[in-house]
Design a protein around this ligand. Structure first.
Ligand code: PEP
Length: 248
């Protein structure tokens, strides 16, 4: 056993309204959830406080993004302080949709990660290669570069979870095999050991994201370096409970 607590995050992306959120939360609140799993759901920011108000205290909330300043002239954005003010304990930073739809680069993602951590919100930091990068044999080069940018700005890793999410697996129904995911997670841990520290390599939770479902979660959860999941589509469905309980 690694000693790392299993962590499952549900990224609702730009989905849901009050009625739908109430149904999802009712389902989670009435389910039997493994006490050995940290559970986080990430609704759209405008529903964070509403969701928090409905959720069992066993389940934390996360923002899906934030900026690298506490306040100011940044129209349309929000700060980690604001997320904390409405009850969030975590924020997702560097999701592939932020990187690829909104053009966020490694440097900005690293700065936002550092600022969120200084502001006392935990960070689910996302990395992952595109299909053409995997096919060109560049998976490790890409994820090491993304992790290096983050590592250059992070001094305390206690409130960081690293989410390996191959872009080709997100929302596509194409899941990485347990071996493919385990291989990258093990390489990332090795990179952390060599470039950050032995203790961060041993304690940092590295979670997998990319078309995780009730059907494939148990097998993925067996891998020694997979410490949980970041879940998109299936986190809006009743099968999210099976994913939370994947470690049994
Ligand atoms: C995600 O959005 O982080 C994700 C992994 O999505 P999906 O589970 O739908 O592939």
């Amino acid at each position: 056993m690694s000693g790392r607590k299993f962590f499952v995050g549900g990224n609702w992306k730009m989905n849901g309204n009050k009625d739908e959120i109430k149904k999802i939360v009712d389902g989670l609140n009435s389910a039997t959830l493994n006490d050995n799993t940290d559970i986080v759901v990430s609704p759209p920011a405008c529903y964070l406080e509403y969701t928090k108000g409905l959720l069992s205290p066993k389940i934390s909330t996360a923002g899906q993004n934030c900026y690298k300043a506490a306040k100011g002239a940044f129209t349309g954005d929000l700060s980690p302080q604001m997320l904390i003010d409405v009850g969030a304990d975590w924020v997702i930073i560097g999701h592939s949709e932020r990187r690829n739809v909104f053009g966020e680069g490694d440097e900005l993602i690293a700065e936002k990660t550092a600022f969120a951590l200084e502001s006392a919100v935990g960070v689910i930091a996302c990395i992952g290669e595109k299909l053409e990068e995997r096919e060109a044999g560049k998976t490790e080069e890409v994820v090491f570069q993304q992790t290096k940018a983050i590592a250059a700005k992070v001094t305390n890793w206690d409130k960081v979870v690293l989410a390996y999410e191959p872009v080709w697996a997100i929302g596509t129904g194409k899941t990485a095999t347990p071996q493919q995911a385990q291989d990258v997670h093990a390489q990332l841990r090795k990179w952390l050991r060599e470039n950050v520290s032995e203790s961060v390599a041993n304690s940092l939770r590295i979670i997998y994201g990319g078309s995780v479902t009730g059907g494939n979660c148990k097998e993925l959860a067996q891998s020694p370096d997979i410490d949980g999941f970041l879940v998109g589509g299936a986190s809006l469905k009743p099968e999210f409970v099976e994913i939370i309980n994947a470690r049994g």
